[in-house]
Design a protein around this ligand. Sequence first.
Ligand code: GLC
Length: 476
Amino acid sequence: MKILFLSAELAPLAKEGGLGDVAGALPKALADLGVDITIFLPFYGSIDVKKYPAKKICRIKIPINIGRKTATVWQTKLPKINIPVYLIKHNYFKSKLIYTDERIFKKNKYTRGMEDIKRFAFFDSACLEAARALKFKPDVIHANDWHTALITTLLKQKENGFFSQTKVLYTIHNLANQGIAEPEIVGFSKLDSDLPIVKADLKNGDINFMVQGILNGDLISTVSKNYAKEITASFYGAGLDKIIKKRRKDLYGILNGIDTDFFNPETDKYIKQKYSIKSLDKKAENKLALQKRLGLPQNKNIALIGIVSRLVWQKGFELITEEFGKLDCQFAILGTGQPQYEKHFKELAKKYPDKFSAQITFDAELAQQIYAGADIFLMPSRFEPCGLGQMIAMRYGAIPIVRATGGLADTVNNKVGFCFKEFSRAALRRTVKKALNVYYNQPQKWRELQKNGMKKDFSWNKSAKEYLKLYKKLCR
Ligand code: GLC
């Protein structure tokens, strides 16, 4: 079975969030199950060609309305694993950014300008041309999120026999980003405006890439069972719940995994003191090292709460108010995102320098030092399709405090952490206080929670098997 895996991000070559982590790990787990898998990715200006040498394979012409229609296809590899990665090179992807549009906060969701829409529409057309040029005829194209959703539309209108047997699995990682395009995209991508699905979408005055993926995908999936359920109702459906409901019987929820070789406190080379479930006492060394690095008072007894996240609306960080500066704990915050959240944390750090450290940057090493040094890991998300941080935290013996939504509710319960339902400051504060109480007054129970979390299996193997089942279903 031949699978073509498409995503806008691929760790470690090009990553902004969880999508990149998934693309970097799931194909590997599938290959371990014997699946023949190939990845296509835009050749972003930021891809480090010294680290990932790429060889030019061929030149392709993209059927699209744009000045320069030719692109080149380059081949590279994921480090240490033998999965071919083809990079599509064109001026469009010269920027060092994966996403170039200014994010606009609008009606509780992000919309993006037309630049990214066109870049990814171009990528989708290019993928089909590249596959053809490479004579790579996939049984299944696994498209991820809106960036690669237009593939499903293009395949519907290709009278061409090359892809006639190809099926598509479309995976939703986040409904908040939908790829809403002005109607000019129809001409740009040479979409067939008589195609019923294109016609129907145009009635709303735009072409919504996410909608195209959801309606055209042969099967669709999302990244946790709970999120799959949630998005059929209006609260979490981001305006698409009715459309998703139509596909309910073809919609699957498959929980993401984490790379358990990479995220392993026993072997992690970025942390001061390696430790395991049997030597949890050593974890405190990492807390002291972290406090030192961040300029927080060094004290191995004080509870340290870690946050590693994109700092965006979805993540609910406005629930962390000034009052948290009065609690008996420290906060180590790492991430970048929307200016208002970056500012929020910077201000807290200024006001309570002994309690808050806000590192507004992207730093994979520091991230691991936070997982290793923190006692608690906080994710008060408004919504969370899956969430990877809580799983990494558990692997490192940091106790998650999460809002019970999406994948957070599927992975955290009171045997491994603390959950709250209501999205409110009071509910979060209550839950943090409850956790601090256990931390300070019931050390035995705390140890139990840590051990239960560390014993959980979040490896990709299980999820990869479920994806394989879907691929097989598509190929029947
Ligand atoms: C998105 C979601 C996150 C999920 C990730 C990978 O970033 O917000 O919840 O874990 O995609 O699927």
